[in-house]
Design a protein around this ligand. Structure first.
Ligand code: ADP
Length: 360
């Protein structure tokens, strides 16, 4: 087991800097997910931890030891990739035993570890099979078996579920989480999929353009995104946004958001930190909008109705942006109808439009 400390980590390729000073402490036994859009630097960061990329600047500590200049095999790390890279001519057992054999361990030493890993990963009945006679999920489990028998102090997962179909991805997500709960090892997991990040992580690190945007527990980030980037990245369907200027309400007291198209959204809980005239972006999640209301904050003409079974998504335009409203009721609303919406003050997010930073 090992804690991991990244201090001011940089990565340059020639003159191009792609990782800009990352500070991150990962506790022993913690499951941390690095998430962000393609190209934001997550794999580069992970590969620097693994020793597969040189670190251009900063300090990497693994288990209290400076690891910048350690060879990958000296770091006591196991890595699971998107492609499982199994040897097609070797059985499941021999695929898992490959690492221990290379390290010249005696079979008496590694056989019990392989059997225990196979049992834990439900591969016990498949040890004699060749990879081509396994399903995608079973192959992914063999790749994890190979990682587990190393008994590493740190597991690195780089988009391990990207090649699996949607149903299997959901199943493997649960299995990896259960595996972590049993082994209690330190995990760094890279994905571009925010649902994987939300469901698996103890803590999420949201990255963008080589920098960390926010670090926190999944629901902390979901409920209190620090900026517009995190707000729009986490959640599906995504948070709704409306840009405007804070004004005094034309009817009644309190503040409203004046939209570019002349419309107005009433703001129940006026933010103390935002002044009239400020350019702000309002954010509200689809599931927090109430549709059955006598005192609407805004109205929306419904363009598309999407029933998913458990809930219904209503799509329409507010201030030029497409909004989604999710209702748990079986909605009878038809396209073309207007719905009255209430945006509960407790669930309103306000951001400074220019800097993107959260105001309330
Ligand atoms: P992610 O894993 O988030 O998709 P990467 O870490 O793979 O992103 O890449 C981060 C950035 O670094 C990208 O802009 C990519 O083009 C650049 N990059 C990655 N590898 C190299 C390389 N060998 N040479 C130059 N640029 C690279």
């Amino acid at each position: 087991m090992a804690a991991v400390q990244l201090s001011g980590i940089f990565k340059r390729y020639g003159d191009t800097q792609v990782v800009h000073g990352i500070d991150l402490h990962i506790d022993d036994g913690e499951f941390v997910v690095l998430v962000g859009p393609s190209g934001c630097g997550k794999s580069t960061l992970m590969r620097m931890v693994a020793g597969l990329e040189e670190i251009s600047g900063g300090d990497l500590m693994i288990g209290g030891t400076r690891a910048n200049n350690l060879a990958p095999q000296q770091r006591n790390i196991s890595m699971v990739f998107q492609s499982y890279a199994l040897y097609p001519h070797l059985s499941v057992y021999e695929n898992i035993a490959f690492g221990p054999r290379i390290r010249k361990e005696s079979p008496a030493n590694f056989k019990p570890r392989i059997e225990a890993a196979a049992k834990m990963l439900n591969l016990g009945g498949y040890l004699d099979r060749l990879p081509r006679a396994l399903s995608g999920g079973q192959r992914q489990r063999v790749a994890m078996g190979r990682a587990v028998v190393r008994e590493p102090s740190l597991f690195l997962f780089d988009e391990p579920l990207s090649n699996l179909d949607a149903k299997l991805r959901v199943q493997m997500r649960t299995e990896i989480k259960a595996l972590h709960q049993r082994l209690k090892n330190t995990v760094i997991y890279v994905t571009h999929d925010q649902i994987e990040a939300m469901t698996m992580a103890d803590r999420i690190v949201v990255m963008n353009a080589g920098r960390i945007e926010q670090i926190g527990r999944p629901l902390e980030l979901y409920d209190h995104p620090a900026n517009l980037f995190v707000a729009s990245f986490l959640g599906s369907p995504s948070m709704n946004f409306a840009e405007g200027v804070l004004v005094n309400r034309t009817q009644g007291s309190g503040l409203a958001l004046k939209l570019a198209d002349g419309g107005e959204i009433v703001l129940e809980g006026a933010p103390a930190s935002a002044a009239v005239g400020a350019k702000v972006t309002l954010g509200v999640r689809p599931e927090h909008i109430e549709t059955i209301t006598q005192t609407p904050d805004v109205t929306m003409q419904v363009e598309v109705v999407e029933p998913t079974g458990a809930e219904t998504h209503l799509y329409g335009k507010i201030g030029g942006d497409t909004w989604c409203v999710t209702t748990r009721q079986r909605s009878k609303v038809e396209p073309g109808e207007r719905v009255t919406l209430r945006l509960p003050a407790a669930h309103i997010h306000l951001f400074d439009t220019e800097s993107g930073r959260r105001l309330v």
